[in-house]
Design a protein. Sequence first.
Length: 178
Amino acid sequence: MSSSLRARRMARNHRRLAQQPRLNLVALMDIFTILVLFLMVNNGDVEVLQADRSLSLPESVSEQKPEVALTIKITASQILVEGRAVAEVATVLGQDEDSIQLLAEELRQQAARAAVLTGQELQTGRTVNIMGDEGMPYKMLKRVMLTCAGSEYRDISLAVDSNPPAPDSQPLLAARSD
């Protein structure tokens, strides 16, 4: 005996609903693709310089981000160029010379590997970021900066921890009584 259309439709729906539900991954893949593209586009807002745990950078209220450039780190014991140890701090401080010969040689090698200078870079020099501990002697910083300037790296930036100014802070003014 044949069943009615309604009975066949109900039986078909019961069979379909009795099966395990399947997950549609197409929509999920679309969401992940959009998320990956969003993260790639907005990746430019990250810090350029990676802080070293052995360095305690001085604090500043500057909001300007450093450029991508050669990085010189000055720790308590070593001078590092792009993570490679170049000279010992104690040896450099014990010398009478103003420039650091080993650092100058490394900077010349880095300049030889880099691209040819553009017109503006010929005037301002190559860009370098110096990361030094806030307790580093000024004599050491001065020697590193003089060595950089003598090796075509005259566009010097000093790395600092950025702390925005407090909203209620007033600028310091010199009071004059007449």
